[in-house]
Design a protein around this ligand. Sequence first.
Ligand code: NI
Length: 176
Amino acid sequence: MSIRKILTYPEKSLAQPSVRVEHIDDEVRTLIEDMGETMFDAPGVGLAAPQIGVNQRIIVYDSHAADPERGENENPVKEFTALINPEIINASGSIVSEGEACLSVEDYSANVKRYEHITVKAQDIDGNDIEFEASGILAVIMQHEIDHLDGILFIDRISALKRTMYKKKISKKKAS
Ligand code: NI
């Protein structure tokens, strides 16, 4: 296992759609272990493969992200769930995800409008087809991570004015 480098905006590959995983082999399993380790090291609650430069449809997330005492626990359990080829097959309701942030978008957070309830279809690490419903924070994490697989960052879902301001800030920072 190893911790991989997380790419950040405006890295071009983050804006590229990822390809489906056809075979879950050792390479994919190692990638998933590395993604889990990299996510907890960052630390973050979710990570998509394109964020570490692999444009394949794989995401991982903190299995306990929605636990109520998660933030207060000094020694949290580090368990993650991996989803392969995840898709949202049903979505309803609307919530504002407050202060949404991303390991690939430095020094920024914003409120983002998201679906409140979703149904996700995917394969697990053993290649079994799975389908489940998610609400609230888990639904937000799924939408955020699946967006990465389509080359979409949360800053693509905020107002054009806010996005422009963020882009200016980043280009200034990179130039200095
Ligand atoms: Ni992200």
